[in-house]
Ligand binder design. Structure first.
Ligand code: ITT
Length: 211
């Protein structure tokens, strides 16, 4: 049986870009949300082998620490020509200073080394695994992806992380050039385009009721 989210929810992320998106996605449902950062929660070590297990590690750690239902996202960019890298290590590729310009340059360097210069060889997708965990260890888990092509040089200053390098299929602007509504707004305002928006729609279907 799926469980509905009715109470206050902890958003178990320390990434400000993600936090803003997760808050915006929850806003129409009238759920009061407080972030892990605001509560001073520690960041658990992400020891899982895939997005789904890392999302669960983060949600369960926050639910245990706060005794409140907790919502986590584990996400990343998967580059075909790099055998799926950086994948679950997408945050780590930016190093301790979270330098995503350097992380994007590293991806580009590796793509050039592998001769991936034409769009067909530069396919990538973002993945978002979402987990809501309750203090009694009930969990709701969903996952989704958005496919696209990596461009160089990066374009746009909106969004976060690898957004300026990612051109979603069927669009002429990168995520870095889109407004937040365009990137992850849900219908009727947006198209629910991003990996996180797509995963969130699945979660909303099973766990949330519109106000
Ligand atoms: P938390 O674990 O605290 O949530 P984090 O940044 O460490 O924050 P992840 O381990 O899930 O989160 O790493 C995901 C990385 O993938 C993130 O830091 C971004 O660089 C990248 N990423 C995920 N979603 C993205 C998006 O919508 N746009 C651009 N980059 C994204």
């Amino acid at each position: 049986m799926h469980r509905r989210i009715t109470d206050k929810l902890v958003i178990a992320t320390h990434n400000p870009g993600k936090l803003a998106e997760m808050r915006e996605l929850l806003a129409p449902y009238g759920i009061e949300a407080v972030s892990a950062g605001e509560l001073g929660l520690d960041e658990p070590e992400e020891t899982g082998n895939d997005f789904r297990s890392n999302a669960a590690i983060k949600a369960v750690a926050a639910a245990q620490a706060t005794k409140l239902p907790s919502f986590a996202d584990d996400s990343g960019i998967v580059v075909d020509a790099l055998d799926g890298a950086p994948g679950i290590y997408s945050a780590r590729w930016a190093g301790p200073t979270k330098d995503f310009k350097a992380a994007m340059a590293q991806i580009e360097r590796l793509l050039q080394e592998r001769g991936a210069t034409t769009p067909d060889k530069r396919k990538a997708h973002f993945v978002s695994a979402l987990c809501v965990a309750w203090p009694d260890d009930h969990r709701e888990e969903v996952e989704a992806r958005v496919d696209g092509t990596l461009i160089w040089p990066p374009r746009g200053t909106a969004g976060f992380g690898y957004d300026p390098m990612f051109l979603p299929d069927g669009h002429s602007r990168t995520f870095g050039e889109m407004t937040s509504i365009e990137k992850h707004g849900l219908p009727p305002l947006g198209l629910g385009l991003s990996h996180r928006a797509r995963a969130f729609r699945k979660l909303a279907e099973i766990c949330l009721e519109p106000r």
